[in-house]
Ligand binder design. Structure first.
Ligand SMILES: [Zn+2]
Length: 355
């Protein structure tokens, strides 16, 4: 698999919650030959790779959607007001370039706000709120914007071309949360294409995670897994202004294993299996806790009578913004870890997780 192409295409493809069509197409394009592909009725895509046994079923969920916006209305002067889709911090939005996905094609725009020159001193120190921002696509009137192709409800994505940093081992782009998880299950399935493994694995690109884990509800019913390993990004805390007690995860020190988030406490035996496997395979692993926020695991582990679930993350800087980056070695270690876990998760091992 051409990894650079995989990163670039999955980072740049637009896909805010509810608008994951293009992402699904890219994933289909990278699915190894012969992979069985099904979809749930909300739009999640599920790739199945049978090993030497139908069960246990191991699900690797990763959400396809990215945070973005939606056109709420266009004012008489042609400025677009927008709704956020997913968790945006107001400060990172203003002055950024965005792309309105209109029916006549993509339209580049910039998020505008009142210039500081026109603000009284006390206003200048305050954060500009989303509701006071607008998107300027260069239209001169509402009619002009409509003529350009804009409609209420069009999706809007960050503009952020994929690029590399520092001797090509850091990858800068948008939407790593959680296209990086999609890259991981695609590469895993490619690597296991001709290899035996004692289970059946499912790479699941879920929809609408950023607006409330919605595709997790529907995709887990299609797979009906015995174990789930959620593939995510982790917030890298190795930047100025973050205290160790707030976040200890650093880039370049391996994938993270979540011991806690707002919606899930992992199955402890599965958690231990991850720790032991990483140690045995010489894979660096960082333990992480996140008190605000959740992943698809929050829903998946509650399916039916319960599903042993863990969340693995590739440390990434500046997620939920226009551009984040991660370190290739963390990604490679995450891939090695999920491969080793797939080899270990036979029926006996999976049965023992809930005994
Ligand atoms: Zn995510």
């Amino acid at each position: 698999m051409d990894r650079l192409k995989l990163f670039k295409e999955l980072s740049e493809v637009p896909g805010v919650p509810g608008y994951e069509d293009e992402v699904r197409k890219v994933i289909r394009g990278f699915a190894p030959l012969g992979t069985k592909i099904v979809e749930d009725k909300l739009g999640s895509i599920i790739l199945e790779k049978k090993g030497s046994s139908d069960s246990p079923k191991i699900m690797f969920p990763a959400h396809m959607d990215e945070i973005g916006f939606m056109v709420r209305n266009v004012d008489k002067n042609g400025f677009i007001r927008f709704l956020p889709l997913g968790g945006w911090w107001d400060q990172v939005i203003v002055s950024q370039r965005v792309v309105v996905q209109s029916k006549k094609g993509p339209l580049l725009g910039v998020v505008g706000s009142k210039p500081p020159h026109l603000m009284p001193a006390e206003e200048r120190d305050k954060m500009v709120k989303k509701k006071d921002m607008y998107i300027d696509i260069g239209a001169t009137s509402k009619e002009d914007a409509m003529e350009m192709g804009v409609s209420i409800g069009d999706s809007i994505t960050p503009y952020s071309p994929f690029t590399t940093l520092n001797k090509d081992h850091l990858f800068l782009g948008k939407a790593w949360d959680d296209r990086l998880g999609c890259c991981l299950f695609l590469e895993l399935m490619e690597e296991l294409k001709d290899q035996p493994h004692p289970n059946t694995i499912y790479g699941a690109g879920t929809v609408q995670e950023e607006v409330g884990l919605r595709g997790a509800y529907t995709s887990v019913r299609v797979v009906n897994p015995d174990v789930a390993i959620v593939l995510e990004v982790a917030i890298a805390g190795d930047t100025p202004g973050i205290k160790e007690e707030e976040c200890q995860v650093a880039m370049g020190k391996g994938p993270s294993l979540l011991v806690y988030d707002a919606r899930m406490i992992p199955n402890l035996k599965l958690k231990n299996l991850v720790v032991e496997t990483a140690a045995k395979e010489n894979i660096p692993l960082q333990l992480d806790a996140m008190d605000g926020g959740a992943t698809d695991g929050g829903i998946i582990h509650l399916h039916e009578k319960g599903v042993p679930t863990v969340v693995l993350g590739v440390p990434t800087r500046y997620i939920h913004g226009h551009q984040g980056f991660f370190n290739l070695s963390d990604y490679e270690h995450a891939l090695k870890l999920i491969k080793a876990l797939t080899m270990k998760l036979d029926k006996e091992t999976v049965d023992s997780l809930t005994k």
